[in-house]
Design a protein around this ligand. Structure first.
Ligand SMILES: Cc1cc2nc3c(=O)[nH]c(=O)nc-3n(C[C@H](O)[C@H](O)[C@H](O)COP(=O)(O)O)c2cc1C
Length: 190
């Protein structure tokens, strides 16, 4: 069976990271289940243009409406490796930290946590107040990997595309998928 992963996209800045995640997972032959929050549609339009949502949908194997709480990914009996939430807004972060499954995105994350599967969260906000930090700590204690999309400058990226590729490859790696040649691995100073 192909590995399955849920990709949650929220209204935080960083839509290009979400698209890159879907493309890398497709290249890794992972079956993706995409769920985009309502607010994310606005951010994606602004950052990637009016075809942004369409490009994401085309890169995914399955697309679920955020309002469809009867989708397969709303149940723990549907087997997946886990979920990547990229980019993750502070709103969705808080919702996940308190187990509020009020949309398919946050319900799917809650299921991944309760089933002890991998939840990789890429929160994007700066600076962070105590409430943001507390929500991250809470999620981390519940087993999530908190992975802000910080660039690995030691890979000497030459372009924004290089940065996106390296950041996303790490998210995928933490989700238990081998990113192959997309990720530069440190082998010491040469
Ligand atoms: C262009 C744009 C960029 C945004 N960037 C962020 C961000 O980086 N982090 C964040 O927490 N919210 C950001 N927001 C606000 C969220 O979209 C907003 O809080 C929304 O309610 C999040 O809902 P969601 O978690 O359901 O997607 C941004 C909004 C817009 C329009």
């Amino acid at each position: 069976m192909r590995k399955r992963l849920i990709v949650g996209v929220t209204g935080a800045s960083g839509s290009a990271l979400a698209l890159e995640t879907l493309l890398q997972l497709a290249a890794a032959k992972v079956e993706t289940h995409l769920v985009i929050s309502q607010s994310a549609q606005l951010t994606i339009d602004h950052e990637l243009g009016s075809d942004g949502v369409g490009r994401m949908r085309a890169a995914a194997d399955h697309v679920h409406s955020c309002r469809n709480l009867a989708a397969p990914i709303a149940s723990g009996s549907f087997r997946t490796e886990g979920m990547i939430v990229v980019p993750c807004s502070m709103r969705s972060l808080a919702t996940m930290a308190y187990g509020v499954g009020d949309s398919l995105l946050t319900r799917a994350a809650d299921v991944v946590l309760k089933e002890r599967r991998r939840l990789v969260v890429a929160p994007r906000e700066a600076p962070l107040h105590e409430g943001h930090l507390e929500a991250m700590l809470k999620l981390s204690r519940m087993g999530a990997t908190i992975a802000p999309p910080v660039p690995p400058f030691y890979t000497r990226p030459a372009s924004i595309e290089d940065l996106l590729r390296e950041i996303v490859a790490r998210l995928i790696n933490w989700a238990g998928i081998d990113p192959g040649g997309q990720m530069t691995r440190w082998e010491g100073l040469s």
